[in-house]
Design a protein around this ligand. Sequence first.
Ligand code: DNO
Length: 351
Amino acid sequence: MNMKLSFRWYGKDDPVSLEYISQIPGMRSIVSAVYEVKPGEVWPEESLAKMKEECEANHLVFDVVESIPVHENIKLGRGDVDHLLDVYCENIRRCAKYGIKCVTYNFMPVFDWTRTQLDKKAEDGSTSLVMYWEQMRGLDPLKDDIHLPGWDSSYTQDEVRELINAYGAIGEEGLWSNLEKFLKKVIPVAEECGVRMAIHPDDPPYPIFGLPRIITCEENLDRFLKIVDSPANSLCFCIGSLGCAASNDVVKMVRKYAEMDRIAFMHLRNVKLMDDGSFEESGHLSSCGSIDVYEVVKALAENHFDGYVRPDHGRMIWGETGKPGYGLFDRALGATYINGLFEAAEKAVKK
Ligand code: DNO
């Protein structure tokens, strides 16, 4: 197959072992990161070397990083931003030295993905991550102490308030110009060392609590790709994130960006969208959610996509416990489904 099948692994603390991952048919690459250092610090080479060695001992390739986190001061364009950009570039160089070909990151202010519950039980007894607007409405992080699951708990509520106000002051255009500064510094380094940078879209793709979010829709992805017109400046196209806005036609978008060769990494998962914009993460199969995963894969195969693909968030099934979204069983089922779709779609293209 052309596409490179991969699996996210959280390192030595991950309850899912590399051996189990390697037993998934067609599994090739490991997606991981150095988790023991804070954003804005240099990654120790020993950690990268060790991870590479462990993967190879399990017949896997460690060639995708998710994520090198972008420090808030880079996104806000304040304080020690120039130093932080140098550290970021150094981390890309170090990753490349240990075989990394693709680095994922996001440019979401303060919080990464937002959900209201991580273990919502479905009728079949499986659990998954959900975001219900009825649980979000009425929450005001400037007034209330908010603890949504998955949010960075290293911030105090006062720090969160300070950050929200700082982002409010720069707004969307301020965030765009800080992103531009980041790309102009980082992409030439990535080009030099043969790494494709892949930005992850905002999840979900609209403002949360008034925080600006810009990696959200076709118009903005076009604007993003034009800032530095290079394959090193590419997308991590997450259909589950972009698919949470009914206005995003993910099949059309995948086709367009695959044709332009600006997708380095695909995150495949499905979501069930509700009328009020709430959503539930579902099984990967097209009929389980609102996204036609077959049409997405067909668009990739028809454009001879040879980048990385991973089954994203799975449900918790068969009594498995662990990191929400990142158990073994349902992601392995997702992987075999993805294999099937790609085998069929790629063969149809060859005929
Ligand atoms: C969630 C992931 C995201 C992603 C980052 C990339 O499970 O898809 O957390 O890793 O946004 O920087």
